[in-house]
Design a protein around this ligand. Structure first.
Ligand code: 5RP
Length: 220
């Protein structure tokens, strides 16, 4: 199976986690696009969606799925999103699509994070994928220097990208994220960091992993 077929497979499989009558938290990315297209087939059975990006909002609305403002919602049963990397504890690196802050905000509203990913995303130790960090532009150089001095990481601003919140993304290469919670806590304290793309405190509870043998379900 191709990577696109695996994404379609897990996008479809995630429908089983949608609670009828509820509001669904929706992430961002090519795997989530498959989920949104699948969700359209049961749009009459849900109360709407809370979206993590302008792109996902547009896709949801194009399918006629109502999108609610996150401030109007107090809790949702599930948040369904992809990942750039996921480890064997359910910790993730996210933000390849630059939507990490809004993704974490919607994930925070949810009882359970359901990760959908193809098998290439499952890793023993995260860090091979450059770690995205959303940063207020005037802090970017200082954040880049801190990654070098504290973690030996090589960071750079993602060219041509402005987040939905008007900020820049700093991508950090050369990390070994052996303690995701500690790194998330530390980096999120640096002035100008909006959020780091480590999802440790908002880890996945379930991962639907697309493999050539079918969907493998990991529970964390
Ligand atoms: O974090 C994300 C966007 O900010 C995505 O979930 C992540 O980049 C995975 O994307 P894809 O499903 O396209 O591989």
């Amino acid at each position: 199976m191709t990577q696109d077929e695996l994404k379609a497979l897990v996008g479809q499989a995630a429908l089983a986690y949608v609670v009828p009558g509820s509001i669904v938290g929706v992430g961002t990315g090519s795997t989530v696009n498959c989920f949104i297209d699948a969700l359209a087939t049961m749009k009459d059975q849900i109360a709407g969606a809370v979206s993590s990006s302008i792109k996902s909002t547009e896709r949801l609305k194009a399918h006629g799925i109502p999108v609610l403002d996150s401030n109007e919602v107090t809790a949702i049963p599930v948040y369904i999103d992809g990942a750039d990397e996921i480890d064997h504890h359910g910790y993730m690196v996210k933000g390849g699509g630059a939507a990490l802050t809004r993704e974490k905000i919607v994930a925070d509203l949810a009882e359970r994070f359901i990760c959908i990913a193809d098998e290439s995303k499952l890793v023993d130790v995260m860090g091979a994928f450059p770690l995205p960090v959303e940063v207020i532009p005037m802090a970017a150089s200082q954040v880049i220097r801190r990654f070098a001095s504290q973690y030996g990481g090589q960071a750079s601003i993602r060219a041509g990208v402005t987040t939905d919140n008007g900020n820049v993304i700093v991508d950090v290469r050369g990390l070994q994220i052996s303690d995701p919670l500690a790194m998330e806590n530390e980096v999120n304290q640096w002035p100008g960091v909006v959020t780091v793309g480590i999802f440790g405190h908002h880890k996945a509870r379930v991962c639907l992993l697309g493999t050539s043998q079918g969907v493998r379900t990991l529970n964390f």
